[in-house]
Design a protein around this ligand. Structure first.
Ligand SMILES: O=C(O)c1ccccc1NCC(=O)[C@H](O)[C@H](O)COP(=O)(O)O
Length: 316
């Protein structure tokens, strides 16, 4: 254990210790991945919020364990409008498995993220997935198992790497290696505390052409609006979806402002088709955010004015 690991919460130290012990796959994988950026764009065009719903049977910060069939849960998430799924494959602390992921990916047609604590190249070969998580905090700057080395090894196999960051320094490392999909984890893996300000602080420093996820701690419709106003292309949501009726929870969080988005689309369509008059004016007026919604948007904009390469007002 090095000095920085000493600062990690005991549960995370234990997760890392078991991750280092875990074996990899027997053969090198060659994945034909379903495109995540395309899935996000399709969800946007349909006027819904892109959500990566997480099959997370348990975790160090959750009470109890959900023992339903993970494939049934995954299907409910897709029925509820999930753009992609995240499947925990970590067995000891999250109740996941590579077999769960394999079965789920076979049963659905959306992109599937392998959520695990991969620390060695051979572990990439444990099971096929469309996206694979690489956590900057747990990967070295140099060497055979560095973030850059695993990023390259994952890309060569056909995975779309999702590089997870929590600080400006980690974000710089992700952008330096050309990461196209970046997740800002609102959960500090040192203390296991969640703070949505983390995403709001980092998002303005992420270029527009990067697909940006807000991860962890999104529990309500208000949180969805807040992360979207701060510039999230997609949200990774576990606990709030797993707790109760999975399909209804997914639907509630993917349809935030859907009605307004569809009104805005009809206003745009009428404007471009040349139809004007009272109907277009009414459609446009109806599509405007309420004052509460504007407040959310303005907060995102206000925080991003210094550097903003990213439009922080995505769904308004
Ligand atoms: O979720 C935990 O308790 C946890 C503990 C230690 C390390 C990682 C942990 N979570 C990993 C995740 O990234 C989340 O599962 C994911 O972002 C979803 O978060 P949430 O919506 O808050 O369940």
């Amino acid at each position: 254990m090095n000095a920085s690991e000493d600062k990690l919460a005991p549960a995370v130290r234990s997760i890392l210790a078991t991750a280092r012990e875990r074996s990899g796959g027997a053969d090198r994988l060659d994945v034909d991945a379903r495109s995540f950026p395309e899935a996000v764009a399709a969800t946007e065009s349909a006027g819904r919020v892109p959500v990566v719903a997480e099959v997370k049977p348990t975790s160090p910060t959750t009470e109890g364990e959900r023992t339903d069939d993970p494939v049934a849960l995954a299907r409910e998430m897709v029925s509820g409008g999930a753009t992609a799924l995240s499947v925990l494959t970590e067995p000891e602390h999250f109740g996941g498995s590579a077999e769960n992921l394999r079965r789920i990916r076979e049963a659905v047609d959306v992109p599937v993220l392998r959520k695990d604590f991969v620390v060695r190249e051979a572990q990439l070969d444990a099971v096929e997935s469309d996206l694979i998580l690489l956590i900057a905090r747990f990967l070295d700057e140099d060497g055979t198992d560095s973030l850059a080395a695993l990023y390259e090894a994952a890309s060569e196999r056909g995975f779309q790497p999702l590089v997870e960051v929590h600080t400006r320094e980690e974000l710089a490392r992700a952008l330096d290696l050309g990461a196209e999909i970046v997740g800002v984890n609102n959960r500090d893996l040192g203390k296991l505390e969640v703070d949505l300000d983390t995403f709001e602080r980092l998002a303005p420093h992420v270029p527009e052409d990067v697909t940006l996820l807000a991860e962890s701690g999104v529990t309500s419709v208000g949180d969805v609006r807040r992360m979207r106003a701060a510039g999230a292309d997609a949200l990774l949501i576990g606990t709030a979806i797993m707790d109760g009726d999975v399909e209804a929870n997914t639907e509630r969080l993917t349809t935030v402002d859907a009605e307004r988005a569809s009104r805005r689309k009809s206003a745009d369509a009428e404007r471009t088709s040349g139809a004007g008059g009272e109907e277009a004016v009414k459609a446009e007026r109806d599509a405007k955010p309420t004052s509460a919604e504007s407040t959310d948007a303005n907060r995102g904009l206000a925080k991003s004015t210094d550097t903003t390469p990213r439009n922080t007002d995505t769904n308004q």
